[in-house]
Ligand binder design. Structure first.
Ligand code: KIV
Length: 286
């Protein structure tokens, strides 16, 4: 069942109207190749989008929401309906960044036509500007099919989490000569097919530098060194919401610790009746 999401500007939690600035565009992202690094983070909810948007160039509604929001063991269980619902929320919560939505596993691999039908539904229901899909040479015809029909595509190469069963895990890629050559060929193929940017995940530094210099679109790294045109992380990882994160993640905060401390204080105050106090209590009118 599909749902149509509309932009809600009727509540105080919605976007400021009029928007304080114009939203970045896909061509603007493409033109940043080799210039100032692109800043990208994942967002799945309107409120998180509002907080990240002023600082980012791209907000990615990643299918990592399967693990982060829904507690799935991998991204394979994520559906198009989930991506549409979270994508629409992120568009509502942002006015500056380009919003890119991940195509979930099973929604695009079968054929370019199937990919078009899924991707057009995602863009129509969310208001986002672009989709992201995983894969290299094998997906190049699909990237070309979508790009030529007005759907901007961000590629994703190297460690592609939807292929975890085929790859045998989430280890770094590109250590062998054969894997190095294959990943360069993947990047070239989807760049030539029209991708406006490519996420390179979990690849060794020399390979990341080669890929970045070989393609004409921006390469955005995650676990792929500072040699890329930009960086992306899963927001909850960089905020320190999880105790365990991959080696390439820098924890810029300890939100898990801060939430635990706040909730411990709340629980103590409820139990001791210190909360709610007079300030949080309605008094009758005289
Ligand atoms: O799903 C996701 O969050 C991603 C990023 C890790 C790039 O694809």
């Amino acid at each position: 069942m599909s749902t149509t999401f509309t932009i809600d500007t009727s509540t105080s939690r919605a976007n400021p109207v009029p928007a304080p600035m114009k939203r970045l565009t896909v061509p603007a992202i493409l033109s940043r190749k080799g210039k100032e690094p692109l800043v990208m983070l994942t967002a799945y909810t309107a409120r998180m989008a509002q907080l990240l948007d002023p600082h980012c160039d791209i907000l990615l509604v990643g299918d990592s929401l399967g693990q982060v929001i829904y507690g799935f063991p991998s991204t394979l269980q994520v559906t198009l309906d989930m991506m549409c619902a979270h994508g629409a929320a992120v568009v509502r919560g942002s006015y500056h960044s380009v919003v890119v939505i991940d195509m979930p596993f099973g929604s695009y691999e079968q054929s370019p036509e199937h990919a078009f039908s899924s991707a057009s539904r995602v863009l129509a229901q969310t208001g986002a500007a672009a989709v992201k899909l995983e894969g290299g040479e094998a997906m190049a015809p699909t990237v070309a099919f979508l790009s030529r029909r007005g759907i901007p595509v961000m590629g994703h190469i190297g460690l592609t989490p939807q292929a975890v069963n085929a790859l045998g895990g989430y280890g770094a890629r590109g250590r062998s000569h054969a894997e190095h050559a294959k990943i360069v060929a993947d990047a070239r193929a989807i760049a030539e097919a029209g991708a406006f940017a490519i996420v390179a995940e979990g690849i060794v530094e020399p390979l990341a530098r080669t890929v970045t210099s070989e393609v004409s679109c921006p390469v955005i790294g995650i676990g792929a060194s500072a040699g890329c045109d930009g960086q992306v992380l899963v927001t909850e990882d960089m905020l320190g919401l999880f105790e365990r994160t991959p080696r390439f993640v820098k924890r810029f905060d300890d939100m898990a610790g801060r939430i635990s401390a706040a909730v411990e204080t709340y629980a103590r105050e409820v139990r001791s009746r210190a909360f709610p106090a007079a300030d949080q209590t309605y008094a009758p009118k005289d």
